[in-house]
Design a protein around this ligand. Structure first.
Ligand SMILES: [Zn+2]
Length: 305
């Protein structure tokens, strides 16, 4: 055999050997499935599987909600859907721009769904594309292969209802909070509000949008009073009201402390080094995100009147 043929044979063997293992999912509510991501940043060990993602099955078709941190995780999610239902995937909904929620989109391209996101998602993805792809390659190496950004083909500004066949999903965009392109999904049939990263449970909330916007959104979420909630990170079996209170408490204390620091004329550096240390034992990934949160809050609150 020539070298070339050997190479082709090798490639074929690799493809055949690569059976996709379905992602582990839990039926969180009737016809609504959640995969619980690991409470971590993306590493080679966890393969970028760090967000809670999943899907909802209607009579006619399936809506995917977030697709995971790599093309491979997207394929595994697709395999998990196929293990549950043969119905086609008609919507792939992205709750926001972050890499751990979007890089699996490409695994659904051949299904020709509508890719759905906030009206501000496309631009946010485009402006972060280079740094997200570079970061993914840096953290995951070859595990990042094939991952790419697939922008929305259907956008939401305010609310939009999708019908999966006797199953309506009400999509809603929010004030800038976790990011400037947060979107939630309300499944009317089960009273489940898929909050994604507007709710972090036991993992420190990450501010990549607006602290004050997030606090306003939390008040609205509480008023909506859903039966069930799916958080973007952390355990999915924690009662949501207590989890939302904890998140709000963290954000309120952060706002109070940063405003105090600004009032006293302290530098951002000083604020970053001193604020929130009492929260340390309460939150997973505190050491990774706390300084960044203080920086974001300081930059935002410095300019308020
Ligand atoms: Zn996020």
């Amino acid at each position: 055999m020539t070298m070339r043929l050997l190479l082709i044979a090798g490639l074929l063997w690799t493809c055949a050997a690569h059976a996709v293992t379905p992602l582990k999912v839990t039926q969180f509510a009737p016809g609504l499935y959640v995969h619980r991501g690991q409470d971590d940043v993306a590493t080679r060990a966890n393969k970028g599987d760090i967000a809670n993602i999943g899907f909802i099955v209607g009579r006619d078709c399936v809506a995917v909600i977030d697709t995971g941190g790599t093309a491979e995780e997207g394929r595994e999610l697709r395999a998990a859907i196929r293990a549950v239902t043969p119905r086609p995937v008609c919507y792939v909904i992205n709750t926001h721009m972050h890499p751990d929620h979007i890089f699996g989109n490409v695994a659904f391209a051949a299904d020709h769904p509508q890719f759905v996101g906030s009206a501000t998602l496309g631009e946010a993805e485009a402006s972060h594309a280079q740094s997200y792809l570079r970061g993914l390659r840096r953290e995951l190496g070859a595990l990042a292969d094939g991952s790419e950004i697939v922008p929305p083909t259907l956008t939401v500004d305010g609310t939009k209802t999708l019908d999966l066949g006797h199953r309506k999903l009400v999509l809603r965009t929010w004030k800038t909070a976790h990011t400037n392109n947060d979107l939630t999904v309300y499944d009317e049939e089960t009273g489940t509000l898929w909050l994604a990263d507007l709710l972090f449970v036991k993992c420190i909330p990450v501010i990549d949008g607006s602290l004050t916007g997030w606090l306003a959104d939390i008040a609205t979420i509480r008023q909506m009073n859903p039966r069930r909630v799916v958080p973007g990170h952390g355990p999915i079996d924690t009662p949501w009201r207590g989890a939302l209170d904890a998140e709000e408490g963290y954000l309120m204390r952060l706002a109070r402390d940063v405003r105090g620091s600004i009032r006293r004329g302290e530098t951002m550096q000083h604020a970053v080094e001193t604020i929130g240390l009492a929260e340390r034992g309460k939150w997973r990934l505190f050491d990774i995100y706390q300084r960044r949160n203080v920086t974001a809050a300081y930059a935002e609150l410095e300019w308020e009147g």
